[in-house]
Design a protein around this ligand. Structure first.
Ligand SMILES: Nc1ncnc2c1ncn2[C@@H]1O[C@H](COP(=O)(O)OP(=O)(O)OP(=O)(O)O)[C@@H](O)[C@H]1O
Length: 297
């Protein structure tokens, strides 16, 4: 696609516990868009991010970013990760343990660039008071804020985030998603985020791609992709994130975030163990009965 900033076509052989699995992915991403990648464990999501970042060389294919060719097997070209303008945030933060918060950020800064961005990012991520601390003196949420700030300090043209908020509680996840959206709007960041959290997909992503067995099984806007299941069965399917849940008489009254709107749902009591704030859920209302089912992934 000519208006896409990132164009990826890769082929690779994944070595899984069940043997070899061919991976083949084609995707393109316009400037300023957020693509969520989701799918079962072992499908190839992290591998794809590593290939785009240049940490792993695909066997075949081409990765182009604007006018730059980052990888082209036909030309035997693979430029190093340092020369790709990419910020990478891992699930396990990957901070330098011997450096303070501020030093971790300075480490990411390109030589000769304006140092004021470090202060600006420390303020934006509420880390100014913690600038002199080492990572082991920080909570998980604080460490992840440092990891985000460190990736942003280089003003990357492309941000790659691998399940960045998976280990965090609901409030912190929400806070950091919000912060990420602010950065995204301010800097027109182009991003790919790997996540298993449907609430996160609906809140952040313009596009979502479901990867299964090394291939894109479905792709589109979150509403399109998740409506697919609905159109196949004729049932009414909703995806949401629990905000609060109380039981009243013989029912559960659930406030949930559904497609970025807060909705009130009245559900059977037996769903109580799943309706915990921060949990995501998929509910199916069959057209021919009043039953409500929880679909487990
Ligand atoms: N460099 C590599 N070369 C070949 N196969 C690999 C390589 N790295 C990982 N794999 C294998 O590819 C498969 C996909 O791994 P990957 O980490 O990309 O999955 P994932 O979709 O990110 O899973 P999860 O959701 O559990 O993080 C795994 O079976 C893994 O063992």
């Amino acid at each position: 696609m000519s208006d896409s900033l990132l164009n990826v076509h890769i082929q690779h052989t994944l070595q899984t516990v069940h043997g070899k699995m061919p991976m083949e992915i084609t995707l393109s991403l316009p400037k300023g868009q957020i693509l969520a990648i989701t799918g079962p464990s072992g499908a190839g999501k992290t591998t794809l991010l590593r290939q785009i970042a240049g940490l792993l060389t695909p066997e075949n294919g081409r990765i182009a970013f604007g006018s730059e060719v980052w990888f082209d097997s036909a030309e035997q070209k693979a430029i190093s990760p340092q020369l790709r303008n990419v910020g990478f945030v891992f699930q396990d933060y990957a901070l330098f343990p011997h450096l303070t918060v501020e030093e971790n950020l300075f480490f990411g800064l390109k030589k000769g660039s304006d140092k004021s961005i470090v202060d600006a990012l420390l303020r934006a991520t509420d880390l100014s008071n913690l600038a002199d601390r080492k990572p082991n003196q920080l909570s998980g949420g604080q460490q992840q804020r440092v990891a985000l700030a460190r990736a942003l300090v280089r003003k990357p043209a492309l941000m790659l985030l691998d399940e960045p908020f998976a280990a965090l509680d609901y409030d912190m996840r929400y806070h950091l998603q919000d912060m990420l959206l602010k950065f995204h709007r301010q800097h027109q960041l182009t991003m790919i985020i790997v996540t298993h959290d449907i609430g996160e997909i609906f809140r952040l992503a313009d596009q979502v791609a479901i990867i299964e067995n090394g291939k894109i099984a479905r792709q589109g806007t979150p509403a399109e992709v998740y409506a697919h299941e609905q159109s196949q069965t004729g049932d009414f399917v909703i995806f949401g994130e629990v905000l609060s849940c109380v039981s009243h008489a013989d029912q559960l009254l659930v406030s949930a975030l559904v497609e970025n709107k807060v909705r009130q749902l009245t559900l059977p009591l037996d769903l109580a163990p799943e309706m915990i704030p921060g949990n995501t859920f998929t509910l199916r209302y069959p057209m021919d009965s009043a039953r409500v089912m929880l679909i487990r992934h």
